[in-house]
Design a protein around this ligand. Structure first.
Ligand code: SF4
Length: 332
């Protein structure tokens, strides 16, 4: 089975007490069955405390936040009490994995890091052109996907990366990417591949663009689920127009790597391309440094499946996200 991961993947190491945010706050941790059983059977003060904070809900076991929105196992020194007292192998699956991503397609697996962890975000955004490492590992199973569809998605994803690398200003590159999304969707729908020239597409984008507004996109995001007061306040504020940087290019690459092949699930590639574009625009518009903006955005949006699905729907239904308006926001 083929395993692929970006070259910075193994550089990740949790910075715990030095983390400017924490994965140990603002989320209820879903505890896997094996860990929950182990925690509930523990003797001593730690076991007593775990039994008190574990709650079963809708067939899942959750570790509820404290009133100050921290994981109840979080210590003042920034370390996890379970890890400190029992060792790293005692962490539940979610805490062991985070921020590592694993996309398993049956006969191949892609690994990555999540932008919602500040340290992972730093690694992702300082690597605009990471090498993708490939290796063969044991395991795997017959895929459920259509091989023709997956081949199209892999080829078009490569082309999407080539558009980012075509030497265009970042806004123009994303505008070309949006137009390419329709070309790639047509191929996924069975049409023949036709040549695509990013420069010509960027020129076309300028002629298609019709005024759009980040304020209207903020209004859409205010209707989604909101996790932190910081995000709520930002969405009430005024969008800014930060300059595009190499970090934004790295971010776009991350979104392409994370979402492009996921179109295999429902063959909706255009919705995902628009989600990628909208995410880049949103992150650029936040009045903060790009790493902080990307990390917060990811925590609020990517880590909430309901929000991602709502935005995939909005890609078609929300008037603020029409193609011509997105092209305007990218090119002006
Ligand atoms: S968010 Fe990342 S760096 Fe921060 S505590 Fe969690 S894993 Fe460590």
């Amino acid at each position: 089975m083929n395993l692929t991961y970006p070259d910075y993947y193994h550089q990740f190491s949790c910075i715990a007490g030095n983390c400017p945010d924490s994965c140990c706050k603002e989320w209820d941790v879903t505890v896997d069955e094996i860990s929950a059983a182990r925690y509930r059977a523990l003797e001593g003060p730690l076991g007593d405390d775990l039994r008190r904070v574990l709650e079963d809900e809708d067939g899942e076991t959750l570790m509820r936040q404290t009133p100050d929105r921290r994981c109840p196992m979080w210590r003042q020194d920034g370390l996890c009490r379970i890890q400190a007292e029992l060792g790293e192998e005692a962490l539940c699956q979610v805490c062991t994995d985070f921020p590592r991503l694993r996309h398993d397609y049956g006969d191949f697996v892609e690994l990555g890091l999540e932008l919602s962890c500040p340290e992972a975000a730093r690694l992702i955004l300082q690597n605009p052109s990471p090498a993708m490492i490939q290796s063969q590992v044991a395991g795997g199973e017959a895929p459920e996907y259509d091989p023709m569809d997956m081949a199209v998605l892999k080829d078009t994803r490569q082309q999407a990366h080539a558009i980012l690398d075509a030497g265009l200003p970042m806004g123009d590159a994303l505008a070309a990417l949006l137009l390419y999304g329709y070309r790639a969707q047509a191929m996924l729908d069975g049409e023949e591949m036709t040549p695509f020239h990013p420069e010509s597409a960027a020129e076309e984008a300028y002629s298609l663009a019709q005024p759009g507004s980040m304020e209207d996109i903020y209004a859409l995001y205010r209707t989604l689920e909101i996790l932190t007061p910081t995000w709520r306040d930002l969405l009430q504020g005024t969008p800014v127009q930060n300059s595009w940087t190499d970090a934004h290019r790295a971010m776009a690459r991350y979104f392409i790597d994370r979402y492009w092949l996921q179109a295999i699930s429902d063959l909706d590639l255009v919705g995902r391309v628009k989600f990628i574009i909208t995410s880049c625009l949103m992150i650029r518009s936040l009045p903060m440094d790009v790493v902080g903006a990307a990390q917060l955005y990811s925590k609020e949006i990517e880590n909430d499946a309901d929000n991602v699905y709502a935005l995939l729907d909005a890609a078609y239904a929300c008037p603020a996200l029409t193609d011509v308006k997105l092209l305007y926001l990218l090119t002006h």
